[in-house]
Each structure stands twice: as C-alpha cells, then as structure tokens.
Ligand binder design. Structure first.
Ligand SMILES: [Zn+2]
Ligand SMILES: [Zn+2]
Length: 137
C-alpha cells in the first residue's frame, strides 16, 4: 500500500494529498502532452477524483481540445509553472496528476503508453510496456 501519498509543485506553493491507490500510470505521447512535459511523454498518475485533495495553494488552468476530441483542463502552479493536474472531460470521475510532482514517484509502475502514433522518432518506448496507438478510453 502506498496511499495516502503527497506531492506538490517545485516551489512548494501548491501541495496535495491522494487517499487511494492510483488507477493507472500512463505515459502519454500525444502532441499536446509533449508541450506540458517539455518533449517527452507526460507521466500521468490517474486517481479517482474523490481521493484527491488540494491541501495548500491554488492553481491556474487552461483548457485544450485533446487529440481524443475531449477537452482537457490543465492545471499548473501560478508561481513556478510546474504542470500538476488535468481534469478530463471524457472521464470526469478521474483525476490526472503529473508523476514528477509526487514527493516520491519512484514506486510507480507504468501501465501503458498512450498515443504511440504521435511519439517523436527519438522517443524511447519500452517494448515491455503495452503501447496504444491512440488512447483506449
Ligand atoms: Zn509552485
Ligand atoms: Zn497526452
């Protein structure tokens, strides 16, 4: 058991806690995630939304239409810009957290790659992990 687990942004203005185990840990290669990650796939910890609680600070957000056609509202620290969370219009019961913001992301085990079709030619995809061409949900 790893829950509850905590995390926050780089400048510590935003902190959060999650009270349940993740549903999945996805590495998303969609073009939109490449902007948020800096080029690599976005490492996304998916948790049930009710298990998530913001414990300190406030976030800024913006919405984009994802490659799936659904809106994704991306939230980040207004002070340091660390990408933190995504609200998924297509999956309102879930909450997506950037793995790098966990206090300890080392225990995460990738469930799958998403959007292999958009991965850059120089991206490394571990053949041991299932890769979806787009996204399965
Ligand atoms: Zn910050
Ligand atoms: Zn993505």
């Amino acid at each position: 058991m790893v829950a509850p687990f905590q995390g926050g942004c780089a400048c510590k203005a935003v902190r959060y806690e999650v009270s349940s185990e993740p549903v999945a840990f996805m590495l998303c290669h969609c073009r939109d995630c490449q902007y948020v990650s800096g080029g690599e796939p976005a490492a996304v910890v998916v948790v049930p939304k009710p298990a998530f609680r913001l414990t300190k600070g406030a976030v800024k957000s913006y919405s984009v239409k994802g490659d799936s056609g659904n809106a994704v509202t991306r939230q980040f620290c207004a002070d340091c810009g660390t990408p933190l969370f995504s609200a998924l219009e297509g999956n309102p019961g879930l909450w997506a957290i950037k793995a790098g913001s966990l206090d300890d992301p080392s225990w995460l085990k990738p469930t799958a790659f998403l959007w292999k079709s958009s991965a850059q030619p120089w991206a490394h995809l571990d053949p041991a992990i299932h890769a979806f061409d787009k996204q399965p949900m």
